[in-house]
Design a protein around this ligand. Structure first.
Ligand code: FMN
Length: 409
């Protein structure tokens, strides 16, 4: 397909998803698209945004909006960050490096997954910035220390400790499809292979090198199946706040906890000296039945009370979703699947296109709402809802609307 045509066809994140579905063999598409068990949380993440409506003030609009936000001393051009997704290199050759470049070009941060195909050093060598590194607490605490130290040595700007992956979620699509690393394509995937021939041709030379780069020890075989088993066995369901304290002590830069849904854990994270929270249920891939991230956000914002930035991810598919999350107190949103869909369709250009869709949609929504900049967003621009009212009452009134020229002051 010509660049022009996919740009036209892929005018929304939902359209990019449909294009990715055509571009990928079913097991690979489902690996990203699927969630745990009945996928209730996966669906709830997206639908939760529908329950909140805008209350626009068009007469406060400006003809240019400032979408930038400050986070950990850096200014991001838009309040959307690329979240960590393992095996992005399965969707496009050098997928992580391509996506990090797209994020840097869009003026935002890229978070590398522990389970990237490239190593964290290879990504850093590309120079894309800001770059964040995501890690777990492992049974072998020394390995968490090692990844932390490697991230520091490679100049990562922030460390993300994911806490909701202490056991692997039960992803039934993967079991049904016989999804494996390295990809072994079954006969049942044949129909989808016909439409995904370009992916196959592009990726076939890479199959041998698809592995969990950060886990390969010098001099050891990079057998991905063995590494996947090793990774699963390394996860530790008995991790605790002591481990958070250990990582906090070791990592000097901004530290975020990802996977917080309970306000008590959010409050404790602040006490533990963490610099940011990511309200997340792992995109519905872990605990099916867990609360939708967007629904979990307001009580967490209330408890954190502005002491550290609260970020969120899960089901963010439209600029309007980002604006709603920000109006309820999130500093930024992370996106997982949308960028993988763009990557699968057109590599770096596809990932960049998805970020651009978000940028354009956020800008349009802010224009229609009458919001000149991100700090003009607040609950006053949302229609009242009884279940959000208690939270609103506890929040200080939104600051004055600042026009563009003030925003740069
Ligand atoms: C294919 C895939 C791989 C993921 N791998 C990781 C990971 O390695 N570490 C992590 O913290 N989160 C991982 N996640 C979760 C994302 O970081 C993020 O929380 C989630 O995708 C957000 O939801 P969204 O996909 O609806 O935007 C993964 C998500 C997907 C779709």
């Amino acid at each position: 397909m010509s660049m022009e045509r996919w740009r036209r066809e892929g005018g929304s994140v939902a359209a990019m998803r449909r294009m990715a579905q055509r571009a990928l063999p079913r097991p690979v598409f489902d690996f990203a698209d699927g969630g745990a068990e009945d996928e209730g949380t996966l669906r709830a993440n997206e639908s939760a945004f529908d329950a909140v409506e805008f209350l626009p003030k068009p007469l406060e609009g400006t003809d240019a909006r400032d979408l930038s936000v400050e986070l950990f001393g850096r200014r991001l051009a838009l309040p959307v960050i690329v979240g960590p997704t393992g095996l992005a290199g399965l969707f496009w050759p050098q997928g992580e490096i391509a996506t990090a470049r797209a994020a840097a070009a869009a003026g935002t941060a890229y978070c590398l997954s522990h389970g990237s195909v490239c190593t964290l050093e290879e990504l850093a060598a590309g120079g894309a910035s800001p770059r964040w590194m995501q890690v777990f607490v492992y049974r072998d605490r020394g390995f968490t220390d090692e990844l932390t130290d490697r991230a520091a040595a490679a100049g990562y700007d922030a460390l993300v400790l994911t806490i909701d992956n202490q056991l692997l979620g039960n992803r039934e699509r993967d079991a049904r499809n016989g999804f494996s690393i390295p990809p072994r394509l079954r006969l049942s995937a044949l129909p989808s292979l016909m439409t995904s021939l370009p992916w196959l041709l592009r990726m076939a030379p890479e199959f041998k090198t698809i592995t969990f780069g950060n886990y390969v020890r010098p001099g050891e075989a990079a057998d991905p199946a063995a590494l996947a088993a090793k990774m699963a066995s390394l996860l530790d369901p008995s991790m605790s706040w002591k481990d958070v304290a250990r990582v906090r002590e070791r990592w000097r830069g901004p530290l975020l906890l990802k996977g917080i849904l309970h306000p008590d854990e959010a409050a404790r994270a602040v006490d533990a000296g963490v610099d940011g929270i990511i309200v997340s249920n792992h995109g519905g891939r872990q605990l099916d039945g867990a609360v939708a991230s967007f629904r979990a956000l307001p009580p967490i914002v209330e408890r954190v009370d502005g002491r550290i930035p609260v970020l969120m991810d899960g089901g963010v598919r439209r600029g309007a979703d980002v604006v709603k999350a920000l109006a309820l107190g999130a500093r930024c949103c992370l996106v997982g699947r949308p960028v993988l869909w763009g990557l699968a369709v057109a590599g770096e250009a596809g990932a960049a296109h998805v970020l651009d869709i978000f940028r354009r949609e956020i800008d349009r929504v802010m224009g229609l709402l009458g919001a000149a900049g991100i700090d003009a967003l607040g609950p006053h621009l949302l229609a009242p809802r009884p279940d959000l009212d208690s939270w609103k009452a506890a929040r200080p009134p939104a600051g004055p609307v600042r026009k563009m020229k003030d925003a740069s002051e």
